[in-house]
Design a protein around this ligand. Structure first.
Ligand SMILES: O=C(O)CCC(=O)C(=O)O
Ligand SMILES: [Fe+2]
Length: 285
């Protein structure tokens, strides 16, 4: 059992082969060092103000902050990274489309205990998806070096194929050690968890998760991005955030109108659906 590392210029097909086989893979150095520094600069003040976690899953010495789309312009290229989205296109190809599920900077603090090993898709109220079915695709970007000692995410390679609701201990898992700027990709069905931190410094990572567009998002993208940021976002980001139809009919406004009309009427597809939020509101008044 080992965690395969691939160089940043590896093809999407080769990455997906590994992801199918092991449920996880590390891509070394996919984020430029300048982007690591820029995201840290934008997010460190939020992180410093964040409270520690409330339970052993959140981590009592772990701090978490989200809303990366709204707070960290430098993260946008990471959320829309073409290699990652290319892998997601294949990893989540069993649904019509997928969406941004959650963004979060996670600082595992000194003295942190190991996080219970879990599947991210247990977030869906522990729904027992069929064996081998992935509802999410996860990325963990290292914003500091990740080492076994400082709490690198621990994974159980191959566990994505196994049964649901299994219990794994630390000894069943491997630390995804990687340098800052590298990314661990893993499927919603892969067992994993944050490792314990025995050093005197934070281990900082950025998770960007994607999910099938027929599921509820973990982080509420509609509520957590300020209007002035929404106005300037590219259409691809808005669609990924959920201002799009999920499958054939999910998430429309006013009987079938493209939901992007609620925030950016200028972007409504040329399908005769263009109606502004003002018009929608006036019909409701
Ligand atoms: O921080 C980590 O290494 C993993 C966190 C995680 O898996 C989670 O919170 O779901
Ligand atoms: Fe997780």
């Amino acid at each position: 059992m080992s965690i395969v590392h691939l160089p940043a210029d590896t093809s999407v097909e080769s990455i997906n082969e590994l992801l199918n086989r092991d449920g996880c893979v590390v891509i070394d150095g996919l984020m430029p060092k300048e982007t690591v520094a820029a995201i840290r600069k934008e997010m460190d003040p939020w992180l410093e103000a964040a409270p520690a976690g409330r339970d052993e899953f959140d981590g009592r010495q772990t701090r978490r902050v989200g809303t990366l789309v709204g707070r960290s312009p430098s993260s946008h290229d990471i959320i829309l990274n073409s290699t990652v989205l290319g892998v997601a296109d294949q990893a989540l190809a069993h649904a019509t489309n997928y969406q941004l599920h959650a963004t979060q900077v996670i600082a595992v603090g000194p003295g942190s205990e190991p996080q219970p090993i879990h599947r991210d898709q247990w977030a869906f109220d522990m729904f027992p998806f069929p064996q081998g079915f992935d509802s999410t695709f996860s990325t963990m970007w290292a914003l500091t070096d990740f080492t076994e000692a400082n709490g690198a995410t621990r994974v159980v390679p191959g566990s994505h194929r196994g049964e649901d609701f299994k219990q794994f201990g630390l000894e069943d898992s491997l630390p995804a050690e990687m340098s800052a700027g590298s990314v661990l990709l893993y499927t919603g069905s892969l067992y994993h968890g944050a490792g314990p931190n025995s050093t005197d410094r934070d281990r900082i990572g950025l998770i960007v998760h994607y999910s099938l567009a027929w599921l509820r998002q973990e982080e509420n993208q509609y509520l957590c991005c300020p209007a002035e940021v929404l106005e300037a976002l590219p259409e691809k980001m808005l669609r990924l955030m959920g201002y799009a139809r999920g499958a054939y009919s999910l998430g429309f406004v006013d009987g079938g109108i493209d939901s992007i009309s609620a925030v950016r009427p200028d972007l409504v597809a040329a399908s005769g659906e263009a109606v502004s939020l003002e018009e929608i509101k006036s019909t409701l008044a």
